[in-house]
Design a protein around this ligand. Structure first.
Ligand SMILES: Nc1ncnc2c1ncn2[C@@H]1O[C@H](COP(=O)(O)OP(=O)(O)OP(=O)(O)O)[C@@H](O)[C@H]1O
Ligand SMILES: [Mg+2]
Length: 292
């Protein structure tokens, strides 16, 4: 069996909005992330991708409540999710950067949190890391503020910060959605290169099947708080079984990549009995009874 860097089983998340009953957002999903691989999580807006990722990092909003059966990292039971070697990059780097602090400040802070070295050494380390993620004139960038950098540069800084935390697992939640197409491609190429050279395990949340094809080994398709199909990229691209997966693929093939993913079949899976079919060791699909 493949070694897993992260395992979480039967994750449920509910959100309590004011004066309303608690709303189920994640309805019992299992995440199995193999070591050194890239797992894509695909699904329409609101399907619970970000909430699932935040559950792993224990950074859910205050009104959310998560339960699960099992949470393992590198085979060990996790007692404090904040302490596992895991880093996350988000869609909008500005939300994670302090506008009043220089790029250098951000990087040095991460380094000093993870390594016992002097401030001067940390600054040198930061410059090297900026070089590694393809930022020209790193000494100059160190002294600049986040707003002085382009979106693509800021995302490179976020990647540098994530790597400096020495993670074994990197979670990237729509890391390139806010960037234009050429910059997107450059950032993805950088991520792929670093993933290989550092043998990182990666969870990549995206709504773009083109990105999945270029980056991922495995795909989990999420729909309304559940995983409805999972498999290798080939299994999902060539042998999709779930109507929702087929619909996502059809939309991607039309070149409709930026269109929001919407459901044609609006009826809910929420209270239906779903049947799990195992088509191979890796290809599993959860079909509503009566679906082909
Ligand atoms: N703080 C919150 N309070 C109330 N509801 C929330 C909160 N955060 C998320 N939700 C709800 O949880 C559901 C899942 O949200 P989530 O952000 O995980 O979706 P997503 O799949 O990441 O979507 P997107 O592709 O748009 O990023 C949505 O219905 C959303 O409205
Ligand atoms: Mg999201």
């Amino acid at each position: 069996m493949t070694e897993e860097i992260l395992t979480m089983t039967n994750l449920h998340v509910t959100i309590q909005a004011k004066k309303h009953p608690a709303l189920p957002i994640i309805k019992g999903i299992d995440l199995h992330i193999p070591k050194g691989k890239v797992v894509g999580i695909v699904g329409e807006s609101g399907s619970g991708k970000s909430i699932a990722m935040k559950s792993l990092m224990d950074i859910l909003p205050d009104n959310a409540h998560a339960t699960f059966d099992q949470f393992l990292f590198a085979g060990q039971a996790v007692t404090d999710a904040q302490k596992i070697p895991l880093a996350m990059i988000f869609q909008d780097p500005m939300t994670s950067l302090n506008p009043l602090r220089t790029i250098g400040y951000h990087l040095v802070e991460v380094i000093l949190r993870h390594q016992k070295i002097s401030k001067k050494q940390a600054q040198q380390r930061a410059i090297e890391e900026l070089e590694k993620v393809g930022i020209p004139l790193p000494e100059k960038r160190m002294k600049q503020f986040p707003h002085e950098l382009s979106g693509g540069m800021r995302q490179r800084v976020m990647i540098a910060m994530a790597l400096l935390a020495q993670p074994q697992l990197l979670i990237a939640d729509e890391p390139t959605t806010a960037l234009d197409v050429t910059i997107q491609a450059q950032i993805l190429a950088l991520m792929k290169e670093l993933q290989t050279s550092e043998s990182l395990s990666v969870i990549l949340v995206t709504h773009d099947f083109g990105v999945v094809a270029g980056m991922c080994d495995f795909v989990n398709v999420m729909y309304q708080g559940r995983i409805v199909e999972k498999g290798t990229v080939e299994e999902i691209f060539y042998q999709a079984q779930h109507p929702y997966t087929k619909q996502l693929l059809a939309a991607a093939h039309l070149g409709d990549r930026d269109a929001p993913l919407r459901t044609v079949n609006a009826d809910s899976y929420a209270d239906e009995q779903v049947v799990k079919k195992e088509l191979s060791a890796t290809h599993h699909v959860w079909l509503k009874e009566g679906n082909e």
